[in-house]
Write a protein that binds this ligand. Structure first.
Ligand code: GLU
Length: 553
């Protein structure tokens, strides 16, 4: 395999990052030749390609190169932070306790992406003391899953996030109505009865809609009619006046309330007019007296929209922080897709092994501390980045490994008899570095039958001598295997194969890509619960009763 241009660039950027933005050509070429043995036979051509890339990098602004390196290879910054202080920056203007919030919509339980806002906010409230609200943002009755009201607090509890008070927006409707009335009185909000598409088109042309300059009294009457169910869906909206010439059309006069005819899962048919997120968020951020708001960069426009409410009302704004977006590859996070999949039977539920929900992560055996370490390590930078499962898994591995028993599992087993052996016995600790986890012993009798993975069996040549781990060395014969010896002398040179005894149990491992491995697990597995390391396979969270395991990493 040969490296493509983007791979070469990554390697060069990694090197440049280590040397303040300037890559060392020789080191980059060596690295590439080491990593891609096939490149050696095309040395001239690859070297020319690398030279051009390194030249281009070295002639660019070093600061930009450092930034590009971190955005492509976030582990660089994380590693550095781990080594350095491993601490989030201080917040601005902290004069005592802080009040912060988590503001998820109850469309479903939380996923890996949400864990970032939860952990960052929690970290700061722990650092400074104060109060963390969980504000359930349920003012869009068409996008609510009733279970989310209890699943979200449970997810947070599992993550170790300490919520001091839960606030549910649908119970605060009168607060939003009252604030809307104040804005109407001040001439800062109007009721628009245009067709939605007409309103949009006018805005795009920086033109006022015919209702914009109606009197506060007329607007108030229309708002009262709106909240008491006098309008049908799509015929009316309450709009916050901003600046029709704002360069960003989405910030020009934005919609604050609309009519919804769906039944709300908590309040039923009590309300007809519902606030849009930007309105209820601004009002609540003020009334909960928040000092700091930490949310993703995708909310930057919203921060600007919300600032109009703060301005009209004369409220002091909290400090806002917007962290860069993180792309999380290789898993399914989108609630609408998951919901549809659960409905049509594609997924077994919110904790289906293929999903990126926290419920699935827990089921696979990830530890909550891993999330905290990862997100604190990646900080609050505004730069967008790619989530690294490699780093995330290595953090998790460090946490789980000391207690993870090593178990013997043979996927796709082939049954073999060890011909010519006397009585065989195998003893091995459940963890090489942690004797307190005990050991297992199997007395197999003479010429016992065992299982080994079919994949190994197919690649073993006739007359090859190989080792059955912690048991003995055998030789492949034309008809099977024959006992050879039990010498440990050439262990580094011969192939070592995992095996399990003939009375092993059937066991299934479900993997996140949706595939399943069926195999045999050693008899003593039933004593083990939780995360184990299947030798030569990976970490698996096992459910001994069901004889099923969920693949971790
Ligand atoms: N409920 C909003 C969301 O889930 C968050 C609002 C905010 O953080 O300001 O996107």
């Amino acid at each position: 395999m040969l490296p493509d241009e983007s791979e070469i660039r990554k390697i060069a950027l990694r090197n440049a990052y280590m040397h303040e933005g300037k890559a060392d050509l020789g080191a980059v070429i060596n690295k590439i030749m080491g990593q891609y043995p096939d490149a050696r036979s095309r040395g001239k051509e690859i070297s020319a390609q690398v030279t051009a890339i390194v030249r281009e990098i070295n002639s660019s602004d070093s600061r930009k190169i450092m930034e590009e390196a971190v955005s492509l290879l976030p582990e660089l910054a994380i590693k550095e932070k781990h080594v350095q202080e491993h601490r989030l920056p201080d917040l601005a203007d902290v004069t005592g306790e802080v009040r912060m919030r988590l503001a998820p919509s109850p469309s479903g339980p939380l996923h890996v992406g949400h864990s970032r806002m939860a952990i960052l906010n929690d970290e700061y409230v722990r650092r400074y003391g104060g109060k963390l609200y969980l504000r359930i943002e349920d003012t869009n009755p068409s996008n609510i899953d009733l279970d989310a009201y209890h699943l979200i607090p449970e997810d947070l509890e599992w993550l170790g996030v300490k919520v001091h008070e839960i606030v549910v927006q649908s119970k605060r409707m009168n607060i939003y109505y009252n604030e809307a009335k104040k804005l109407i009185e001040r001439g800062s909000m109007y009721i628009c009865e245009c067709q939605q598409s007409d309103f949009k088109n006018l805005k795009l042309q920086s033109k006022a809609c015919p209702h914009r300059e109606r009197s506060p009294e007329t607007n108030m009457a229309a708002f009262e009619k709106m909240i008491s169910g006098g309008y049908s869906k799509g015929t009316v909206s309450a709009v916050v006046k901003t600046d029709l010439n704002h360069p960003n059309p989405s910030i020009r006069d934005w919609i604050a309330f609309r009519v919804k005819e769906e039944t709300h899962p908590l309040t039923g048919k009590t309300y007809f007019a519902y606030p849009m997120m930007n309105f209820s968020v601004a009002v609540d951020d003020h009334y909960l007296d928040l000092t700091h708001v930490i949310r993703g960069k995708d909310h930057l426009n919203n921060t600007e929209k919300q600032s109009y409410i703060f301005h009209y009302m004369g409220w002091k704004k909290p400090h806002y922080y917007h962290y860069g977006l993180v792309h999380i590859p290789g898993t399914i996070l989108k609630t609408s897709i998951i919901k549809k999949g659960i409905r049509d039977g594609t997924y077994s539920g919110w904790s289906d092994i293929r999903l990126g929900t926290l419920l699935t992560m827990k089921r696979r055996g990830y530890r909550p501390e891993t999330f905290r370490k990862y997100w604190v390590g990646s900080g609050m930078r505004e730069i967008d980045s790619e989530f690294s499962w490699e780093i995330f898994n290595s953090i998790n591995r460090e946490i789980i490994d000391p207690d993870a028993r090593r178990l013997w599992f043979v996927p796709n087993p082939t049954r073999l008899k060890i011909q010519g052996s006397s009585e065989l016995k195998s003893s091995a600790p459940f963890h090489p570095g942690n004797p307190s986890l005990g050991e297992r012993t199997y007395s197999l009798g003479s010429e016992p039958e065992i299982f080994i993975p079919e994949k190994d069996w197919l690649s073993i040549r006739e007359n090859e001598r190989f080792r059955l781990k912690d048991l003995c060395n055998v030789i492949r014969t034309p008809t099977g295997i024959r006992y050879a010896d039990n010498s440990h002398e050439d262990l580094k040179k011969i192939r070592i194969v995992q095996w399990t005894p003939s009375d092993s149990s059937d066991f299934i491992v479900e993997k996140p890509d949706g595939s399943i491995d069926r195999g045999k697990i050693e008899p003593l597995f039933s004593k083990v619960k939780g995360v184990s390391q299947f030798e030569r396979y990976g970490y698996v969270n096992i459910d001994p009763e069901k004889r099923v395991g969920y693949y971790l990493h």
